[in-house]
Design a protein around this ligand. Sequence first.
Ligand SMILES: C[S@@+](CC[C@H](N)C(=O)[O-])C[C@H]1O[C@@H](n2cnc3c(N)ncnc32)[C@H](O)[C@@H]1O
Length: 263
Amino acid sequence: MQVFVHPNRAVLRALCALIVGAAVIPSCLIAAPAVAPIVAAPAAPAQNSSPYTKGQKTRDGIGVYYFGREIAHYMTHHGAPWLERGEREIEERPDLVMQALALKPGDIVADLGCGTGYFSWRMAQAVAPAGIVYGVEIQTEMLALLDVLMQQRGVTNVVGVLGTAEDPKLPQPVDLAILVDVYHECSRPAEYIAAVCRSLKPGGRLVFVEYRGEDPEVPIKPLHKMTQAQVKLEMTGQPLDFVQTVHSLPRQHLIIFKKRAAP
Ligand SMILES: C[S@@+](CC[C@H](N)C(=O)[O-])C[C@H]1O[C@@H](n2cnc3c(N)ncnc32)[C@H](O)[C@@H]1O
């Protein structure tokens, strides 16, 4: 059996060598614990019009609103070392995330917005040997890092995919698609999630892991958090049924939907 060690020091060294001028902690994400979340009053987009409205652009956002929520600017590849920081094991408990996903050998998985592959390689172990994890990104730099880090870990069943803001361009139907700390950054969420749903197998699961927007104690900036109610609201037009929310994570919630059976 292949044993995967989390080579945190080696990973960080590789990342620092690959990213010139990398900021170890992207300031867009960390907030002082006292900062209260801004939970915009949700408003459903008018029918037959764009689901997006333009509004005030705040420091961390793109000035485009979806269901009353300003979409966050995506984290650039300069934040890659932050994704591999050792504290994540305590702050995000990836072991509990993996437990909640209950992946099986042979499953086909899409890690949407995979970044450096922090979750890709964990899921790759769970679905090996026949399963595949598609690591999808919009930044080629992240895909380059994914490639290097998977090689370093000896992982051969993670496949990088360059998607767009509207379409992850998955090469085949998947059993599970997951977005860890990504959905709030999706600049075209309506089109993106619709495309993901088309690539889900019947009964396939779509999972969101987001920092809890309801909790002012979670030290992450408001636009990089989401409430459970907001995620559910934004899925109302999609062919999805809500399954459950897992509350066992220290700072995030893990929200599971299932592709609705065709009528
Ligand atoms: C905060 S990072 C999280 C990375 C990874 N999921 C993790 O937990 O380590 C967010 C990533 O999502 C990517 N991203 C944002 N919008 C995306 C989209 N529409 N499709 C794919 N990737 C996207 C960004 O490029 C960035 O690498």
